[in-house]
Ligand binder design. Sequence first.
Ligand code: PLP
Length: 388
Amino acid sequence: MSDHIMPTYASLPIRFSRGLGPRLWDSEGKVYLDALSGIAVCGLGHAHPVVADAICQQGHTLLHTSNIYRIEQQELLADRLCALTGMDNVFFGNSGAEANEAAIKISRRFAHQKGIEQPLIITFQNSFHGRTLATLTATGNDKVKQGFAPLPAGFLHLPYNDLEAVQHAAEQSDNIVAILVEPAQGEGGVRIPDPGYLAGLRALCDQHDWLLMTDEIQTGIGRSGHFLASEISDIKPDVLTLAKALANGVPIGACLTSGKAADLLGAGSHGSTFGGNPLSCSAALAVLQVLEDEHLIERAATLGQRIHDEFCSRLQDHPLVKDIRHMGMLFGIELTQDCPQLVGQALDQGLLINVTAGNVIRLLPPLIISDAEAEQIVDQVCQLVLAL
Ligand code: PLP
């Protein structure tokens, strides 16, 4: 083990050497079923042949030029994403945090255009938006901020799934310009808001001339059973951020805008050397094609419901199980006690899972899993819970 990696992650003592579909092999040759997808990244599983071919072909053709030139794959991807989402244009970066940084900058431009010099963005308790200075400040979790002061100003944290709190904030301040919200909180414990919540936020944004900015970095690209989770609420945001599953593991982030948010960043106002390069855009175009060709979004909706129902029938009466939640293929099983040990126990049994917010088992299986693999995940997770 190298002593030269900055110890920012408490990594598990395991190295994977290859993957195929929903399976990974460690350096000893032990096989694992992946119910986490690299935390919502590898929605198409590992080494998907269409994505692998696109990456190889692009590697043999052209990896990088610069955004000072036009990039064909970037233009194709922007057109495709706008067609899929109804948004008007896209800025490409390399990560979720970078996509959210662009969103934050856009809302600041919006504010200054309106003559608001000290703008506020509403974000929510238990949210997660990234680790850069602005995005960790937006994040509603004090732990990620510790030791990093001074933090940028301009964020107001309110309780999630509470429209009254937002209404109240609107009455208290004329400086609010935007809301940044996850349609379901992933890192915060797989929290799914009430059905009318996002539509309520949309209405408040319309009423007060604020931007609604949806962070779909974890919920987007089919994970929710729709291309975007916001489709479930039948709303369109002004700003939308994507990353994670967009290129199935090749780094990419995208900030999409529509309407009044679309033209706020002009030439020279933002940039990123690698953002939108031919490699990441080719991989993302391949991902979008596979999602469509293999009907994976519909599959995420039906299989996700089936897995959820199965968890409910087997676990909901268990005294240690507080709640079972899901949105498409994003699952959270909340226990009445912290359960970090389950990650290691699952690993011993050849299953990759995650525990977030201390007591929530979080599952994000690849969308390509078979019925049998889904059953195996449910069986193994239920056994782990029943053995507690
Ligand atoms: N936003 C959400 C909802 C996320 O889940 C994450 C990562 O987990 C991020 C933003 C940050 O993305 P990245 O780690 O690619 O910067």
